[in-house]
Design a protein around this ligand. Structure first.
Ligand code: AMP
Ligand code: TRP
Length: 340
């Protein structure tokens, strides 16, 4: 069976260090070994309100950030979801495969809908069927994501399985999560028990991919700590979420293990770790930021990458959609005019 990677990121504001370490950096590493599709998921973004102009700009920004981080748009496919209609089409079919009970258990829905569930969009509820459609439209086999997306991926597996069982086919592979590296969950700099997120109202809680060196250093300096010296064993991190988070981020950026990082800073004050962490964060991010600015200044370049990606993605999706239509029993009619 061909191995194929699919992953997605939402164009909803600034990318941050969590997106980079939990997802994008792994994508860059995987592209040497797999055929990959990387999608800017604008259809997912509109499950909550988005300002049209901001959505358009964020879509370009995120695509530029992927390329700047090292995804090769010639070898791999980078595109935005809305430009390949098959995503919405297959998502509808999956809405008829998935059960209300399955979707109702999703913690992301519960968190995002909050107390006022009656007022959440139907799309927010159905979000995981669209995610399953993203992957399975290309018969994706491996899905690199951060830990927060594990539950959605389980659901995609359930949908693939139920579809295959219901129709007695082997149309879909059962996609595997790829949760890689030491920073599968980067936490907020202001609270080591909350994940670093685009939607946190405090900008000090995250390092944005676009923050300059001074801002990065300032945010790390202000990051929450605890009153003790850094421990000399990994077990010593138990009950110290901030120490664990900062050492985890350091280890990933410095390409070492948490164990090794603990040894390096054993018995020292947080300030020593913070200085080193700022340096290694800036060293990692600065070249990406330079390339990112260069790409965005080159008007039209990112759009042309996305256009090329959408065309290639459509070509890959077409036979899968035809197969699915046949399996379900949709009468396929021959059109005399090619649809636009
Ligand atoms: P999103 O920003 O929600 O579209 O997420 C895009 C990708 O980044 C997904 O693979 C997430 O799992 C990953 N991600 C988002 N936030 C974090 C975080 N704080 N730590 C690790 N991975 C994250
Ligand atoms: N739901 C994912 C997130 O918020 C983004 C996403 C959409 C995705 N479709 C996907 C990730 C398909 C992996 C595969 O992070």
């Amino acid at each position: 069976m061909n191995q194929r990677i699919f992953s997605g990121v939402q164009p909803t504001g600034n990318l941050h260090l969590g997106n980079y370490l939990g997802a994008i950096r792994n994508w860059v590493k995987l592209q040497d070994d797999y055929e990959c599709l990387f999608c800017v998921v604008d259809l997912h973004a509109i499950t909550v309100w988005q300002e049209p102009e901001k959505l358009r700009q964020s879509t370009r920004d995120v695509a530029a950030a992927l390329i700047a981080a090292g995804v090769d748009p010639k070898e791999q496919i980078i595109f935005n979801q809305s430009q390949v209609p098959g995503h919405a089409e297959l998502a509808w079919i999956f809405n008829c495969v998935a059960r209300m009970g399955w979707l109702g258990r999703m913690t992301q829905f519960k968190e995002k809908a909050g107390k006022d569930r009656e007022n959440a969009s139907v799309g927010l509820f159905a979000y995981p069927s669209l995610m399953a459609a993203d992957i399975l439209l290309y018969k994706g086999t491996h899905v690199p994501v951060g830990e927060d997306q594990k539950q959605h991926l389980e659901l995609a597996r359930d949908i693939a399985q139920k579809f295959n069982n219901d129709f007695k086919t082997e149309t879909f592979p059962i996609p595997e999560p790829l949760i890689l590296g030491t920073s599968t969950r980067v936490m907020s700099l202001k609270d080591g028990t909350k994940k670093m997120s685009k939607s946190d109202p405090s900008d000090l809680s995250r390092i944005n991919m676009t923050d300059d060196a001074d801002t990065i250093a300032r945010k790390i300096k202000k990051a929450k700590t605890d009153p003790d010296l850094l421990p000399d064993t990994v077990q010593g991190l138990d009950g110290r979420p901030e120490a664990r988070n900062l050492l985890g981020i350091y280890a990933t950026l410095a390409e070492t293990t948490v164990d090794q990082a603990v040894q390096t800073f054993a018995g020292q004050q947080f300030s020593a770790l913070k200085t080193e962490l700022s340096d290694v964060a800036v060293a990692n991010l600065a070249p990406i930021q330079d390339e990112y600015r260069r790409l965005l200044a080159d008007k039209g370049h990112v759009d042309s990458v996305l256009a090329d990606g959408a065309e290639r993605a459509r070509t890959m999706a077409e036979p899968v959609l035809r197969e699915v239509q046949d399996v379900i029993g949709f009468l396929r009619v021959k059109l005399s005019r090619k649809p636009t």
